[in-house]
Design a protein around this ligand. Structure first.
Ligand code: PAN
Ligand code: ZN
Length: 185
């Protein structure tokens, strides 16, 4: 199939990618195994809390094509651990990704056999996530949403098991004096 030229636009008002055709919402109940202090008797209202939203522009999942999306992580924490994405690796391990900060203040956690790294995600700052590095984004501003743009090869696939089998070495918690602090897993 031939992909024709098209345009998308970062919508700073609605916090979405204009022109996207795939929208998802991730709630606390979708992240049960991922938070350190998960309470198995959590109340329904808390379980339904939206943690992040993704709007993605789909293209054929063929080599050479690029996927793009906008992620909005809402401000908040669960028992002190900041709102974050699930995190994943890519099935095609050689596939690289770029994150561009649009609004707010976050951290991108990255982990591979070469260790753990993190980078600040700020408006205008682009983070290059090489192939083979699992990645998760954390909103470390307790007052404001975090918005970022991602672009990656359409044939990458997602590997969510990767971060369950091999959890990130550090978690990010709210801290009243420093803003945030790391806790070893
Ligand atoms: C991003 C992420 C997005 C949501 O577009 O998919 O921020 O995070 P999770 O996929 O971990 O839920 C990306 O890295 N795409 O490859
Ligand atoms: Zn990715």
């Amino acid at each position: 199939m031939t992909q024709l030229p098209f345009v998308t636009r970062i919508d700073n008002v609605n916090h979405t990618l204009e022109g996207a055709d795939n929208f998802s919402e991730t709630r606390l109940k979708d992240m049960r195994s991922l938070y350190r202090y998960w309470n198995s008797n959590e109340d329904d209202a808390t379980l339904e809390t939206i943690v992040y939203r993704v709007s993605r522009k789909d293209v054929p999942t063929e080599p050479g094509e690029l996927l793009q999306c906008i992620t909005e992580i809402l401000p908040g924490d669960y028992h002190g651990e900041f709102f974050m994405t699930k995190g994943h690796g890519h099935k095609q391990r050689e596939c690289t990704e770029i994150y561009l900060g649009i609004a707010g203040y976050g951290l991108v956690l990255m982990q591979s056999e070469n260790g753990f790294r993190f980078e600040e995600l700020l408006p205008g700052r682009a983070i290059y996530i090489p192939g083979g590095w699992n990645h998760r984004t954390v909103n470390i501003d307790p007052q404001q949403y975090l918005l970022f743009y991602s672009i990656w090869p359409a044939n990458s696939g997602y590997d969510y098991e990767a971060v369950i089998k091999n959890p990130f070495q550090y978690r990010v918690f709210r801290d009243t004096t420093q803003g945030y602090r790391f806790e070893e897993r």
